[in-house]
Design a protein around this ligand. Structure first.
Ligand code: FES
Length: 154
């Protein structure tokens, strides 16, 4: 069930859009901000509020890769693996981040501190390789610095 706070925030967001379904991504982002991810149950609760079916909402969530449909760790590391970053060491950065985080690529560390996800272009190609932790963009990252960078995120 949506909390009163979630519902209040979503209703406020709905006033900014011409249709309820246009706010679907923002509504899911609100839920994710409160819970860390968007479960099947959350989609079922959101669907009538947004006037979409659960399948339609799931389709939007699947297309938009910043909506997490599985539980994630306390911190989410996104490592760009698009072409500019790949050419400048994204593979090594992914390996270094996985080792430092204790999380497999696409998975979560045993202590649930980190989830590590490869992702498409983060829009900072001229500063490749790039990774993002909880929305903080880190560019020109040397794989050798991955451990010290991640140590900032308890
Ligand atoms: S290719 Fe990595 S930020 Fe664009």
């Amino acid at each position: 069930m949506l909390s009163d706070e979630e519902r209040h925030e979503i209703e406020a967001e709905l006033t900014r859009y011409p249709t309820r379904r246009a706010a679907s991504i923002d509504a899911m982002r609100i839920v994710q901000r409160h819970r860390g991810w968007v479960s099947d149950e959350a989609l079922r609760d959101l669907a009538p509020l947004i006037q979409m079916t659960v399948d339609e909402l799931d389709g939007v969530a699947s297309f938009y890769n910043m909506i997490f449909r599985r539980a994630v760790g306390r911190h989410v590391i996104l490592v760009c693996n698009s072409v500019s970053c790949w050419m400048l060491g994204a593979g090594r950065l992914l390996d270094a981040a996985a080792a430092a985080a204790g999380a497999p690529q696409g998975g979560t560390s045993a202590d649930r501190r980190f989830t590590l996800l490869p992702i498409v272009c983060l829009g900072a190609c001229d500063h490749a390789p790039v990774l993002m932790v909880d929305g903080d963009l880190h560019h020109d990252v040397d794989p050798a610095d991955a451990a010290s960078l991640l140590a900032r995120y308890e």
